[in-house]
Design a protein around this ligand. Sequence first.
Ligand code: F6P
Length: 524
Amino acid sequence: MTPETTWAEVHQHAARLKSRHLRDLFAEDPTRFDSLHWRLDDLLIDASKEKLDTSALAALIDLARAVGVEVRRDAMFAGEAINETEGRAVLHMALRGGADAPSGDDVAGTLDRFLAFAEQIRAEGQITDVINIGIGGSDLGPAMAARALAPDCDGPSLHYVSNVDGAHMADTVARLDPARTLVIVASKTFTTLETMANAQLAKDWMGPNAGAQMAAVSTNLEGCAAFGIPESRVFGFWDWVGGRYSMWSSIGLSLAIGIGATRFRELLAGAANMDQHFRSAPLAENLPVLLAVIGIWRRNAMGCPTVALISYDQRLDRLAAYVQQLDMESNGKQIRLDGTNVKTATGPVIWGEAGTNAQHSFFQLIHQGTDVIPVDFVAAAQPREADPEHHALLLANCLAQSQALAFGRTAEEVAQDMGAAGATPEEVARLTPHRTFPGDRPSTTILHRQLDPFSLGRLIALFEHKVFVQGAIWGVNSYDQWGVELGKSLAKSLIPVLRDGKSAEADRSTNGLVATIRELSRPS
Ligand code: F6P
């Protein structure tokens, strides 16, 4: 089958299913949950509340096969330069033993070295606080994981400074003692404007002893040396590790100091477990592939431009921010690998918040707004706290939301409930339209036993490989990010205008804004 014929089949299934309510799909098929959920050990994905059925899913799997997902996956694991626009391999899996590293790149030795450094910092006890200065992939992964693994963080306190807004650094160091703080400058390129500005600020804050209390993580070893960080505190990685795929590398140093070497290795083992599954499971049982094609179904067959990622897990409250970069920087593309324009919509907008907080902010719109917003729920069966009561409340809310989204509440049900509660017929007539839930809103639930280093590694690798599969289906290069360059270079030309008062030679809107900033900056 060709990609064209499989796309056509997917669209035929969508035309068949679009007008079918999820209530009817469940009523017609009592085995729906059985046939639309999949497991890898304790990790479960339930897609039975998506508006698809097994025939539509089979067509989506055919699509993945027809576009060559397996061939491209094998090429990635074999270390071929699948990041064609940058001429690089994509081998972050090698950082966790899920693939072979290019010969000569000492992955195990580098891991041992930065973990030994982490253990030394933990053992000495002199350092009470660690500040990781980085942005994007050099921040979001360790920052997200440090919150996710808070019960495992028994080392120095971890802080993450990313924004070039001086407020971020100022607020972070306000209560810290420079003599007891380790600053890690994390930057793949060691040229990123925000990170280098914050690194300089940190150096000034630390004073004459800065060199001895700073470390660096980068592929640019010369840059680290030029900045004045001693070689013994510089930890490298390789260009085959994309920034947003780098939390497994020495970019994870801050996290390793927080959780220790053993737990960091468990995190890597969890990710390697998912690598192994992704490499070997048949497409129709392959969790990243299944998650990916569900996303393709929502985006391309059902026309949904956004996805809400809601973790019913307070410690995953930065997961949406992390997956946002992973997904949107990878697949926010409109040019295919062959240089032609894509013919389908590509990466959706990913956004989200922890549940139950989300229920009290934007869930109203997801339930009764005019757009259909698919939701990915993430939850753990067991809490880390010895408090089953709270966890039951949390999980009840998670399951209730996906129920409400799928099945809604009909006008008849509302009228019946209101009548039973003693409402007058007038009240029932007036309020029923407002209290009716359309339902038929799709969601997928990802459930695992407990959030710990292993399961977090496995979960993140699941999202990574999902992004890979979707990129392969859309035919884009998920591993470059040229779209962020223009803004960076324009900012460079505006710095002298805003900092040194040079004259602005930009468009009229920008010139007007510059003039107003100058006016408002003058002492009043
Ligand atoms: O925003 C663009 C980007 O290049 C990301 O891909 C990357 O994670 C981030 O900037 C930080 O880059 P670096 O690690 O080189 O400082």
